[in-house]
Design a protein around this ligand. Structure first.
Ligand SMILES: O=C(O)COP(=O)(O)O
Ligand SMILES: [Mg+2]
Length: 229
């Protein structure tokens, strides 16, 4: 399926992009920050292969998963909260130094963004990444020149899979449901797009909590954003 197909009948439109796992491979820096946090707390580091599967629901849930050492973390008890708050503060401190250090833009992303920009498409990043880390990462990777807007994990009171961040970005860019598409790597992105009533492209190379994106019900599934040209 072509991106033009998803935008019909009124082109150009609005494209919303997830950040971690879709535009940028940020897992090395996130894993380094998680491991610094775990080591600071006297725990065994998790390593990138586990951390990659924990990314996508924001920093709070990433830290919850790291403390539980599994994707399906248990709901916290009051006793856990002091540990969680400490762990989150240590993670933020570490990631502030590490954000963007080893992050790379995935193959096919620049070609896709250049193409859409040339068509006059308006583009936003809609990420669950905490707000303070979004602009620095976009600047460091050079992606900032493509995006007139970003919505981060704490821009609104809710995050993906809630549809509100997508609808907020769409409205800010003057889009409508018939002219907007979401591009993401995880169930959080596909569910948010479905709840927002806009089509969604899922990429196979991202994180998606360690699962396949093929069965999520996305309107298109691709191995590279270059396939959308
Ligand atoms: O969970 C995160 O911090 C990153 O999330 P994203 O995949 O929405 O960019
Ligand atoms: Mg993602």
């Amino acid at each position: 399926m072509s991106l033009q197909g998803l935008f019909n009948p009124r082109w150009p439109g609005v494209a919303l992009f997830d950040l971690d796992g879709t535009l940028v491979d940020s897992a090395p820096d996130l894993a380094a920050a998680v491991d610094q946090m775990l080591e600071h707390l006297g725990r065994t580091p998790a390593g990138i292969d586990l951390v990659r599967d924990w990314v996508g629901n924001g920093a709070g849930i990433l830290v919850r998963r790291a403390l539980a050492r599994k994707t399906d973390w248990e709901p916290p008890t009051a006793r856990d909260d002091a540990l969680f708050n400490d762990a989150l503060a240590i993670f933020y401190h570490a990631y502030r130094q590490l954000n963007g250090r080893h992050a790379v833009v995935f193959d096919g992303v620049i070609e896709c963004l250049e193409h859409l920009k040339g068509l006059g498409c308006r583009m936003a990043v809609v990420t669950n990444k905490p707000d303070p880390f979004v602009a620095p990462l976009l600047q460091q990777t050079g992606l900032d020149r493509y995006f007139g807007l970003w919505v981060g994990g704490d821009t609104l009171a809710v995050k993906k899979p809630d549809p509100a961040p997508l609808l907020h970005a769409m409205t800010q860019l003057g889009g409508t449901r018939g002219t907007t598409v979401m591009v993401g790597d995880s169930a959080a992105d596909v569910s948010a797009a479905q709840a927002a009533g806009i089509p969604c492209v899922a990429v196979r190379y991202g994180y998606n909590f360690g699962g396949s994106v093929d069965s999520l019900g996305a309107d298109a599934v691709v191995d590279s954003l270059a396939e959308l040209l």
